[in-house]
Design a protein around this ligand. Structure first.
Ligand SMILES: *[C@@H]1O[C@H](CO)[C@@H](O)[C@H](O)[C@H]1NC(C)=O
Ligand SMILES: *[C@@H]1O[C@H](CO)[C@@H](O)[C@H](O)[C@H]1NC(C)=O
Length: 448
């Protein structure tokens, strides 16, 4: 579409296009930089080494692996599961984009890095570890993850301390990733489905918000509602298994919960619009198509925008919200809803992050990218040089280029500062890159 559009219009518009394929490979490098645990021989981010090799459950279970959340080193399970689901969503629906960018293998490995960890953390059918590391211990440290010595306690949900949102988001991640691996590694794929089904039953039978059980997560990733994730997981389980019980479950819970009139964003805490997209696709009913179209029209025509046109939902990680919106809008376009308008609008959101906002907001990519992301490990010189709070507050750029990381982004007036101490505008996070990466995979697939 864009190519055609380009030929017919002014050259200036054509020059605004970015190298989306390169963008896709780059954002995968950010996930490699966030890896915790024992790194494989083919690890591409060479300044990162093995770390947190003693992460374990309350009975000594191996909890190594998974992803560090953001600029810090806590492994927060809820946003990590969301990240894996959203990355797998892109791989399931836009594999062609990954293939044409030469990024399919790395894309599959990025989700597997999370799902390998989730299957370890799922220690019994009704027990799941949803966090390793304590927020305040972790956040009083600035240094390399390879060197950290603070205590890293592990926190879990179980039948007496439920967490339906955490368990079902993880189930969604496992179900979606099972589709990614269905033909690549059938036995791995089947194992993911087994865990996903057990986690769904656990969540459904013992209901509650995980942040009421894992209270340390409250200050960071407090959950507002577990019901959207319950429906989301049922829809993904249906997609992964074709078992109509899950579709019936998803539809009846969706209607019972009255989730129809959602006007918030799509994010680690909020899956309603994702549910509407999946139901529209899987149940193929007009009701869901109307609902998602109503929501997307709201985003496109009513939601606040910055003067330069960025969808503005929240100042904390504004680009992540706009990228998530772009992914939802692109998915809606794939259902045949206002496809050209929606796609052009969504591409504008991604282009803002890639440079249209005045400079690139992706580390190591494009014109004048951020060099001071709020991210401890990339700020540190190679060991054994000292890395501490004086490194954090030093004026120089991060020593290592954290390639592919999308920073928080501008305020409502397009104002942004590349300042390491600003964790609202300049932190990076595994959840930030997820919708962004999947949206780019759509643009590559479309040939934009
Ligand atoms: C579900 O059905 C679709 C369409 O018939 C098929 O392509 C897919 O492989 C099936 N998935 C499973 C897990 O059976
Ligand atoms: C954005 O600009 C408007 C109008 O000048 C102003 O009222 C508002 O406070 C600004 N917002 C921020 C976050 O600075």
């Amino acid at each position: 579409m864009r190519v055609f559009f380009c030929l017919l219009s002014a050259l200036a518009l054509c020059q605004a296009a970015y190298d989306y394929k390169n963008g896709l490979s780059n954002t995968l490098l950010f996930y490699a930089a966030q890896r915790s645990g024992k790194l494989p021989d083919d690890h591409k981010v060479t300044w990162r080494k093995d770390s947190a090799l003693n992460d374990q459950g309350q009975n000594g279970q191996d909890l190594t692996g998974g992803y560090y959340d953001a600029g810090d080193f806590v492994k927060f399970g809820f946003p990590m599961a969301y990240t894996a689901t959203v990355l797998a969503w892109g791989l399931v629906d836009y594999e062609a984009g990954y293939t044409s960018a030469g990024a399919l293998d790395d894309g599959r490995k990025a989700v597997k890095w999370a799902t390998d960890y989730f299957t370890k953390a799922h220690t019994t059918p009704t027990e799941f570890y949803g966090q390793v590391g304590r927020g305040d211990f972790d956040h009083s440290y600035w240094g390399r993850p390879e060197d950290m010595t603070m205590s890293r306690p592990a926190f879990k949900i179980d039948a007496s301390n439920p967490g339906s949102d955490l368990a079902t988001e993880t189930a969604a991640a496992l179900a979606a990733t099972s589709i990614v691996y269905k033909t690549v590694d059938p036995s791995y794929s089947n194992n993911l489905i087994t865990h996903a089904k057990q986690l769904f039953d656990f969540a459904n039978n013992y209901r509650g918000k995980y942040s009421d059980s894992i209270t340390d997560a409250r200050s960071y990733y407090s959950s507002s509602d577990y019901r959207d994730e319950l429906v989301w997981a049922a829809a993904w389980l249906y997609r992964a298994t074709n078992d109509s019980t899950y579709l019936n479950n998803a539809e009846s819970l969706y209607n019972q919960f009255g989730l129809q009139d959602w006007k918030g964003g799509f994010s680690w805490d909020a899956k309603v619009s994702g549910v509407q997209l999946l139901l529209a696709k899987l149940a193929n009913k007009q009701q869901y198509k109307d609902e998602i179209q109503g929501y997307v029209d709201y985003l496109v025509y009513t939601q606040q925008k910055t003067p330069k046109g960025l969808v503005f939902i929240d100042e904390w990680g504004s680009l992540r919200h706009a990228s998530n919106a772009a992914l939802v809008i692109l998915q809606a376009a794939d259902l045949g809803l206002s496809a050209d308008t929606y796609r052009q609008f969504a591409a504008k959101q991604i282009d803002y992050a890639l440079g249209d906002g005045g400079r690139s907001k992706v580390v190591g990519f494009g014109n004048n990218p951020p060099t001071h992301p709020h991210h401890a490990s990339s700020s540190c010189p190679p060991a054994p040089a000292v890395c501490d709070w004086s490194t954090s507050s030093s004026p120089g750029p991060n020593v290592h280029v954290l390639s592919g990381a999308l920073v928080g982004g501008p305020d409502e007036n397009d104002s942004y500062a590349d300042d390491r101490s600003d964790y609202i505008q300049n932190e990076v996070a595994t959840d930030y890159n997820a919708g962004f990466q999947s949206a780019i995979s759509v643009l590559v697939t479309l040939g934009y």
